[in-house]
Design a protein around this ligand. Structure first.
Ligand code: SF4
Length: 372
């Protein structure tokens, strides 16, 4: 795990330049001073990165030649490479980033997605390479967990997405940790990334615009309730009872559903933030009226709203998208029970909308080329 020494910032192996996006402002200043640079140089670099979205030292015109060399020796400004993009006709776009960290045993790829909606641009960020949870319906879980992203790699996803939006004079307005990985299984890095993203001298994004989505790790949910930032919490429930949940989400067997819901209630009590229950509807698996009634019972025990998501099919997996009638009936049953429920708009259906598909295809191609 990275150290958080305020003088030098995150550690990495091999004495290589450190990912500059993993530094809080105080850490970056400390590291610059430790390298013999004046403190204000770190402030100038931060301005280029977060205000102007420039990460090319050669373009940082207020730095002298000596400063540029010193910064390049200490910091890595390009920790990952954008290797693929897919753009949907509805404006949604998906990117695949290959991480450069030498400790990865094989090409490390993660996806992130931007979903525009009027002036709002939501980024779905990844927290891990692969995912340990192994949801039966998900492409990301198929290849297992390869490793945790560092805080700086998480922040860099947002940096790249903002760079891509710059020609439209737009920026990401909201982020959700719903991409690849289980954020609670990489808690320290995710929280540090959020602190950097939230910092007024970095991306200055308010806590209300940041959502952490988890399949439910009670101890970590309680830890998150104690953070100084009141973030939005989403619980990926996907089943209204324990047996079905364990069938769909094997990792869920580590924690009892009741314990997870207790932790969510605690989160609400501590933060006043209503929990969002995410529920992917799978045809004839969890989308029957009896499931809706069971889910309504769960909702009676917790201050939560429900987000219904129509499944996007994944090649080679047996699950199907629910029928429109079933979705409507499911929603009506919840509404009639007094639950605040929405059906999420399907976006990016023409670009492998399901999480992890782009990475899976790229990984397969690399295997065929003998690179993975
Ligand atoms: Fe992991 Fe989310 Fe996929 Fe489940 S749905 S395997 S938690 S990435």
């Amino acid at each position: 795990m990275p150290s958080d020494d305020p003088k030098t910032g995150p550690n990495n192996d091999f004495g290589m330049p450190k990912n500059v996006f993993g530094f809080l402002p105080i850490e970056l200043s400390g590291a610059a001073v430790a390298a013999g640079l004046p403190r204000f140089r770190a402030e100038q670099v931060r301005g280029w990165l977060y205000d102007k979205l420039v990460n090319d030292l050669a373009k940082m015109s207020n730095l002298g030649a000596y400063d540029r060399i010193a910064f390049s020796q200490q910091f890595d400004f390009v920790p990952g490479e954008l290797v693929r993009e897919q753009h949907s006709t509805d404006g949604t776009f998906k990117t695949l980033i290959q991480w450069k960290r030498p400790t990865w045993p094989e090409p490390a790829l993660t996806e992130c997605v931007v979903i525009p909606d009027g002036d709002r641009y939501t980024a779905c960020l990844s927290s891990q390479v692969g995912c340990p949870v192994g949801c039966k319906f998900c492409a990301s879980g198929l290849l297992g967990l390869k490793g945790n992203l560092e805080a700086g790699e998480i922040v860099y996803q947002l940096f790249l997405l903002n760079q891509m939006l710059a020609p439209k004079s737009a920026r990401i307005t909201n982020i959700v940790f719903m991409g690849m990985g289980e954020p609670m299984a990489n808690y320290a890095n995710v929280m540090k990334a959020i602190r950097i993203i939230h910092d007024p001298q970095c991306f200055d994004m308010g806590a209300r615009r940041i959502t952490v989505s988890t399949v439910g790790v009670p101890a970590k949910i309680r830890d998150m309730a104690g953070e100084e930032l009141s973030l939005n919490l989403a619980l990926s429930l996907h089943a209204p009872n324990e047996p079905l949940r364990r069938e769909l989400i094997p990792w869920a067997s580590h924690f009892a559903l009741q314990d997870i819901l207790d932790a969510c209630r605690y989160y609400f009590d501590q933060t006043g933030r209503e929990i969002t229950l995410e529920y992917i509807l799978l045809h004839d698996v969890n989308d029957r009226p009896e499931h809706a009634r069971e889910l309504a019972n769960v909702c009676r025990t917790i201050r939560a709203n429900v987000n219904l998501i129509r499944y996007n099919e994944v090649e080679s997996l047996p699950f199907l998208r629910p029928k429109s009638d079933s979705v409507q009936e499911f929603q009506s049953i919840l509404r009639d029970a007094g639950v605040n429920v929405h059906v999420r708009k399907s976006r990016g259906r023409d670009i492998d909308a399901a999480c992890g598909q782009l990475r899976r295809k790229a990984q397969q191609e690399l295997i065929q080329l003998g690179k993975a």
